[in-house]
Every structure is written in structure tokens, then in C-alpha cells.
Design a protein around this ligand. Sequence first.
Ligand SMILES: [Zn+2]
Length: 405
Amino acid sequence: MNNNAGISIKGLKQKNQSLILKLIATRPGLSRIDLAKISHLTKMTVSNIIADLIDRDIVVEEECHLGRMQPSNGRIPTPLKLSPQAPKIIGILVKRGLYQVILGDLSGNIIDKFIDKTPKLADGRQLLEIIFTGIDTLKARNNCPLLAVGIASIGPLDAKNGILLDPPNFWGIQNLPIVQEITNYTKLPSFLINDGNAGALSEKMYGIGKDIPNFLYVHLKYGIGSGLVLHEELYNGNSGQSGELGHSTINFVGPQCPCGNVGCLEMYANITNVRNYIQQQLPLYPNTLITDPLDVSLVNIIDLANQNDLLAVSALNEYCNYLSHAILNVLNILDISYLIMDYESNSQGSVLEELILRKIQTRISPKRFNTLQIQRSGFHGQAPLIGTLALVADNVFHENLDFPF
Ligand SMILES: [Zn+2]
């Protein structure tokens, strides 16, 4: 069957342009020959598209390094990348007490950043004012053409209609039409996604999930977010609320969660419980570097566990005990064998991944266990933020958003 049946010549040309732009943006350094091989387009088609993109200052040729071996035909394949002049993206990440606005590009590079840590909000209008200030600040500091706005936020939200619904304990904000408000303010197309899905999208587009067709992405901070990539695409669900791992039940007779469910993962795997555990266990670990259990953060605990602080390892083990139940449910339901863990940390190491792996090992068949891979994200907890750029890029590459071709 011809996949291009029903597509006009203009549509086909745009589809090819989008594909080439995606490859250049997400795999910088490819030459025209590489692009033809990967895209299965003819060298002539690729050359024409590149000439057009260079002409429009969307793509540039990288300078070739001296000393590179010269092929026998005398022509050196020239690597390509996004032009510094290509239109930029505004990215907005809404987390509790942390509002970040960034300027970035289609390759997922952050060019400039505005951070606001207002601890308490009066209402949704104040949230918007913070965001508008961030946008104005970045626009004033960087005089560049803008393409669109990508917004990632805590949920629940309605991504299709661009509405923040009613995040629990979030200053009473309800049904905030954040996309409409930001579009009205910026006059730019705007898109909304939940933060877990944003993280998964950035892993797929720019991270270690680039060549993995199916994976579960898990983000650990105050809560537990997640996102799913299935058959090479982000799975969004009906309204963009997919991937709520933190609110999946691990104890059906457990306590009531503010989300309405009972016994949710986040009721067990949370920093308060970890701190209480550390306080109880502290007398048993006289050599630990943890001195103030009530002030320790998840980042501290992961760093100390990576340095083999036994109390930190024990606390992380307790946390992973709960986490692994929820993760295994997803892996089993969807027959997924690739997991990406994303969290802030100042240390190298993979104690967290090893603890999860060990807990899962006893609960699945050896055959399935041997295919299981758990990797630490290369974004160090920043995947949801970079996902705001990936969200716009994804819309460009899927031709939902006109790029100035
Ligand atoms: Zn819940």
C-alpha cells in the first residue's frame, strides 16, 4: 500500500521537509548523505530541501574541522545543524513553588532562563502574571523570532482544551484556561502537556529514549510523575492525563489521597515518609552523614546512597520498595522492558536503578528480567523543562504547526 496515497505534491513536500528538519534538529551533525540514507529520500530531494532550509536561515552547515580525512572524490560530507537564527520557542514549566520560563530551540537547547520561586500564590491570575513577567524578561534579553509556546504543568489538566483543571493543594486554582491566556498575551500558538509526559517526550526526542520504541519514563521530585512512549510516540490518553503513576493504587485499603483515589503510590513513596524512616533508623547508623533527618532532601539521599552511606541506601531501598510495585504494574500491563528514571542528583552512580531492578527481579520471570533495562536520564531532573521545547518541536515535526517553510 502506498503510504503517500491521498497526499498532494505540496503536502508530500512539506512532509519531507518536516522529516529532514526533525533529523537535523534531533541528530545534529548528519550530512546530506546521512540524511538521504536515514530518510530513504533521494539525494537530490534531500539536497533541494537543505538548500531551501539554508536559504531561509533555518539550517546551517557546520564548519569542517581541519585534519579530517579527505575522501578520494575530494568532497567532504558537510555536517548540518539548526541555524542560530532559526525561530525560537518559549517553554514554561509550572511546578509547586517553582515557575520556570525558558527560551530554547528545536534541538532542545536552553538559551536563556527565568526562574520564580514564589512559595504561595493568591490565585491563577498571579500565576499568569509570573509567567508573563518571565516571557517579557526573556523577550527583552533576546531579540529573536518566536515560533510558539510550550507549557508543561502539574496535573490534572486537559491538554486538548488547554486547561489546568484542579491540581490538589494548588492555591485553589481551578479550570484555568492557561493556553488561551498565554496565546492572547503572546499572540503565539501555545500547547499544554502534563509534566510527566513532557519528560517522556524530551527523552524520546533528545534523550536516551531516542531509539527506544516503547518505554516508561518516571520523574521523581516532590511527587512521582511519569509518561509513556508507545510505538515511537508519546501516549497522551484521551485528554493528556495519561501516566499518573504517583496516583496508581498500591494498597486498596490504604489512606485517602487528595486526588480522590485511595492508597496511591505517592501516599507511601514521599519525602515525609523517607524522613520519618531516617529518623527512626538514625541510632542504628552512627557513621551516616545524615545529621538532620527533617531537613534532608531526596537529592541528598540519592547522592549519599551513591556514596554508599548505608542509612541513605536503606531509606532509598524503602522508597523503591513502594515505587517498584507501581512500576512493575505498568511494565506488566504494557509489556515494556525499558525504564528511564529522571531525578535531580549531584552524584554519579545508579543505586536507585539497582534497587528497583533488584526488587523487580524477584517478581518476574527470568526471561523477562533479562530483557529489562533501567537507565538514569541524562537530563538530571530537567526532562520536563526541556519537554516544553520538545512539545513545540513535536507539533512542528507532525505538521500541526506551520514552520516558516
Ligand atoms: Zn492519588
